[in-house]
Design a protein around this ligand. Structure first.
Ligand code: SF4
Length: 501
């Protein structure tokens, strides 16, 4: 018998980090930080959205949201026995499983569970969308409970998403053309993993992941541990799976750095499961650079061409994913590589409306078209993806061809994918613009700069109209644009690996 029930939120967290489940259950609460402001905003918006959906719903439903614990569960079971067609905020438990689905809808001979999400029900773009693992495991848990109490008409669930769409999660389906495992099998594997962690049969370890850990309330706690043990996940692009494969031979960065690769490589294979010679060599070089401590200096793995242009533009956008709203297009212009000529130009969508978003996009496009001779630098594919999306949303602003021409590599360079990942090495734990520009000495004016924080500020700006908050958003974006310039200049000065004595 498990000491704790497995809940949907446990499985949700498990999809991003198994150690999080361990720490949330057995960790020292004194080591746990307050929830990040952005995460708090997500909760608040999620709750508000759920309430909004239910208050505007046309069909009748039974609202159990004011009840808690056993009483909520008793009322849920009673309602199901009475064939109530739709139950909001119920609670069900059986064996060691406990679920609180937002919705229980009567279908056929039983009930199907659903959740209301203030995000999209699927991930990826329209042409290539797929179900979300984090939602699937939650719906899987509810469905499992319904099945165990003989109230499930079949293995599926649904999400009511931010776009007003109902997305069906059919657990009999494979996860994708390249992933034959069904969604049900995926759910079962997570349930088993949660069970083993809660029974302390499975040991978990922190694994550094820049995008996930920085938003987690155990971040500082884990980071201290990871640094103390020189954990391999502190190497860029080396996540939990690769770390666990390497750990069979090397317990930390130093050991890996001093390994003789020739003993591990055999033609096109290596002794490390799932890792080819190319990846092993790259990660080994990275380990050596990090293990060198203060002596480790960044370098170019291969020569790259970054010709100097008379006019350059460094570009960064800010997007509120909760509203699916692009609120800021920021540009730093520089002439003749003279930093004194730098000028910040920004187009801000003051209101979270389609009109404001379209106007800011149109102004940004007009600005870029007026500067047709400037070379554009940006960091990651995000800007291009968003501009394609904005064009499809507002076809009056420009054509799809205009966007492709704008992001043609002759005109625009993605410093992250085309330069940093392709050709450089840094003695840092990740390759985010914050990490690399800070390494090069750049300092953000804001004490807590991050894209997530900017989104939280934007929400506060919309609610309050406080000009100071707006200025904070603009300053942050300006610094991000300038950081891209600092990085470009830094990369231009890097020595080629073959030239290092
Ligand atoms: S900080 Fe990272 S490794 Fe630690 S629990 Fe959170 S997500 Fe997991």
């Amino acid at each position: 018998m498990l000491p704790f029930s497995i809940t949907a939120s446990m499985l949700y967290n498990l999809t991003s980090c198994e150690h999080r489940l361990y720490l949330d259950t057995f960790g020292d609460p004194a080591q746990r930080a307050e929830p990040n402001a952005f995460i708090q905003l997500l909760w608040e918006k999620g709750t508000l959205f759920e309430k909004e959906v239910m208050t505007t719903l046309q069909s009748p439903f039974l609202d159990l949201s004011r009840y808690r614990g056993d009483e909520k569960e008793a009322r849920t079971r009673e309602a199901m026995a009475q064939n109530v067609p739709l139950i909001y905020s119920g609670r069900l438990s059986v064996d060691n499983l406990l679920g609180e689905p937002d919705l229980l809808r009567q279908e056929g001979t039983g009930y199907v569970a659903g959740d209301i999400k203030s995000g999209s029900g699927e991930e990826g773009d329209d042409d290539n969308s797929k179900l979300k693992k984090s939602y699937a495991v939650q719906l899987g848990l509810y469905t499992d409970i319904l099945e165990r109490v003989n109230l499930s008409p079949g293995r599926w669930g649904f999400i009511w998403d931010i776009h007003g769409k109902e997305v069906r999660y059919d657990f009999s389906q494979p996860q994708g053309s390249r992933t034959p495992q069904t969604w049900w099998e995926l759910y079962q594997s997570y349930r088993q993993c949660a069970h083993d962690i809660l029974e302390r049969q499975q040991l978990t370890k922190a694994a550094y992941s820049s995008g996930i850990c920085k938003l987690c309330h155990w971040y500082q706690h884990c980071l201290i541990d990871l640094q103390r043990t020189y954990d391999l996940t502190l190497l860029p692009e080396l996540g939990r799976t690769k770390r666990d494969a390497l750990n069979a031979r090397f317990s930390n960065i130093q050991e890996f750095a001093s390994a003789d690769l020739s003993t591990l490589t055999h033609g096109k294979k290596t002794d490390i499961p799932g890792m080819g010679p190319g990846t092993l060599k790259k990660l080994h070089a990275r380990a050596q650079l990090v293990a060198a401590g203060d002596q480790g200096r960044p370098y170019l793995r291969e020569a790259i061409s970054l010709p100097e242009h008379a006019s350059e533009i460094f570009f960064d956008i800010e997007v509120d994913p909760l509203r699916d709203h692009t609120y800021l297009h920021g540009f730093i212009e520089r002439q003749h590589q003279e930093n004194a000529t730098e000028q910040f130009v920004a187009f801000f969508a003051d209101q979270p409306t389609a009109k404001a978003e379209q106007e800011a996009f149109a102004l940004a496009m007009a600005y870029l078209q007026q500067h047709a001779d400037s070379k554009i630098y940006y960091y990651s594919k995000y800007e291009r993806t968003l501009y394609r999306k904005l064009q499809a949303k507002y076809p009056d602003v420009c054509t799809a061809e205009d966007i492709e021409a704008l992001f043609n590599p002759e005109r625009a360079i993605d410093l992250y994918f085309d330069v940093v990942l392709k050709a450089t090495e840094w003695p840092t734990r990740d390759y985010s613009i914050k990490t690399l520009a800070k390494y090069l000495g750049f300092i953000w004016r804001d004490t807590h700069p991050s894209g997530a924080a900017s989104i939280e500020w934007f929400h506060r700006w919309v609610e309050s109209g406080d000009q100071e908050i707006k200025q904070r958003i603009l300053d942050y974006n300006e610094d991000d644009c300038r950081a891209t310039r600092v990085l470009l200049d830094g990369i231009r000065k890097l020595p080629l690996q073959s030239s290092i004595p």
